[in-house]
Design a protein around this ligand. Structure first.
Ligand code: G3I
Length: 459
């Protein structure tokens, strides 16, 4: 391991990390010699990947504390702690794997730890912890072309083999369960969890080095009947919700990287909170209660709010950001999911950019969470095939969306998820009841012009 002290480096990827796990000691502090109460100093650090060598991690201790304290690094290589010195540390990771990088800050009141897991593959340290994006390598693959973010797809247990498996391993490194990690599937009756399909998806993703995005803990459209018709008191209802969120996040801790805790809480038109059973029984602040339950269960998992029509519907976008701001003020959110169920002819580039700008200005991660692009938004029932004109227009829109996402600052990049693999299995066909071809592959798993346009937008 080489640790080289250097002056401040220029033009580095600066990814801000403020992970402070609770310290192992219980002492919250005590008086110093002068009788003043000493409290623990919160460890914090930033990390970056050297532009000159992708195997070199650059670490900056950003701890702010009063009084005497000591900072030590654990570079996750099973070696002795290294006392932090002024300036930046550069650490070389030559072997592929996962490393828990920790900064331990100790004073008379105890210690705190800031931690980040980094992944290293054959190309060096993985940008934003997303391996597989291989800038000099297989850029014909979607995930290989993406720069510093994951390319996701909606997935179903039961569709993890054959051509599904082949395409997912070639093009994708992020998975969202299309429906099998929702409450109505995972918690079909009180006290009876069924994590079977969810486990199948999570295990498939982990065995193929894919990040898993959990979707969605609380959603009015996937609430089991027994919850809708809950027979207990409101207090018992809230306790049940806390148990469900705690049980689920505990099960997938360290496996599922992120969760949509609440999905689609805003009523279309009024932009008020939907009057879901969660709101009725837990109060208007049910959203922050659910995010607090999630944060308590897993302080390291990334928490997202997810909704649709956040681009052109400025009222709904404002209502969403009001929810997000309230959560952010309490440290309860890490990212925004804009679903992106759009059409070849709208929303405009500027409208899409507006939800990106609002998310980035808040220092949050942006997830384009459910991208599909209707080629027949007029609902024409006389069309029986995707015309070349619409295929090209759709491809251009996929390219535009990819370019918008790629231009997001690195610190706010997360994933761009396509809502499914092939056209004939899209939810849109049942939802609108008219022919359409909204995805990147056709019904025979053949890549469409849409995939080419999307790839060009990523490159
Ligand atoms: O696979 C089973 C099948 O075996 C069974 O015979 C059949 C009848 O019960 O159900 C099939 O599962 C259905 C599944 O889609 C697969 O087609 C579920 O019932 C059905 O509820 C499920 O719908 C999903 C819906 O969310 C509700 O969970 C859609 O696939 C999915 O695309 C849709 O996705 C939502 C996002 O989560 C949130 N944003 C909107 C988006 C579209 O509604």
């Amino acid at each position: 391991m080489k640790t080289i002290k250097i002056a401040k480096l220029l033009a580095l990827f600066m990814i801000v990390v403020f992970y402070a796990c609770s310290s192992d000691d219980t002492d919250e502090g005590g008086p110093d010699e002068g009788g003043n109460t000493v409290t623990k100093v919160q460890a914090a650090f930033k990390y970056s990947i050297s532009e000159s060598n992708p195997n070199i991690l650059v670490l900056e201790n950003t701890t702010q504390g009063e009084g005497e304290y000591k900072s030590e690094w654990d570079f996750g290589k099973g070696e002795a702690f290294v006392v932090d010195q002024p300036g930046l540390d550069m650490v070389e990771y030559d072997n592929a794997g996962e490393y828990r990088v920790r900064l331990i800050v100790t004073n008379s009141a105890g210690f705190t730890i800031a931690e980040e897991v980094i992944k290293v593959d054959s190309n060096g340290i993985c940008l934003n912890n997303i391996c597989g994006s291989d800038p000099g390598g297989d850029v014909a693959s979607l995930k290989g072309a993406a720069n510093g973010f994951a390319i996701g797809t909606a997935v179903q247990a039961g569709r993890l083999s054959g051509k599904y498996d082949e395409i997912m391993r070639a093009d994708f490194n992020n998975l969202t369960a299309e429906y099998q990690m929702k409450m109505n599937i995972m918690y079909p009756s009180q006290g009876n969890y069924d994590f079977g399909p969810a486990d199948e998806i999570v295990n498939y993703g982990l065995s193929n080095d894919m990040n898993i995005h959990g979707h969605a803990l609380i959603w009015h459209n996937a609430t089991p009947d027994w919850v809708e018709n809950f027979s207990g008191t409101d207090a018992e209802f809230e306790a049940m919700v806390e148990d469900y969120i705690t049980t689920t996040l505990t099960r997938y801790k360290g496996k599922v990287r992120s969760w949509d805790v609440v999905n689609e809480a805003i009523e279309d038109g009024s932009n008020e909170l939907r009057n879901s059973v969660f709101r009725q029984k837990m109060g208007d602040n049910y959203i922050e209660k659910c995010y607090q339950f999630a944060r308590n269960a897993d302080p390291d998992v990334l928490l997202f709010y997810n909704d649709y029509n956040l681009t052109f519907d400025t009222g709904k976008q404002a209502a969403m950001f009001a929810i997000v701001d309230n959560l952010k003020a309490q440290g309860l959110i890490d990212g925004v999911g804009a679903q992106m169920h759009i059409s070849y002819n709208g929303p405009t580039k500027e409208q899409i950019q507006s939800v990106v700008d609002g998310t980035v200005s808040r220092g949050l991660l942006m997830h384009f969470a459910e991208l599909d692009i209707r080629a027949n938004p007029e609902g024409d029932t006389n069309v029986s095939a995707l015309s070349s004109q619409r295929a090209i227009a759709q491809s251009d829109k996929f390219k535009e969306v990819a370019e918008i996402y790629d231009a997001i600052p690195q610190a706010n990049k997360f994933a761009l998820t396509i809502w499914g693999i092939k056209d004939d299995e899209s939810w849109l066909l049942d939802f609108w009841g008219v022919p359409d071809w909204p995805l990147l592959f056709d019904a025979s798993f053949n890549p469409k012009e849409a995939r080419q346009g999307f790839l060009e937008g990523l490159q």
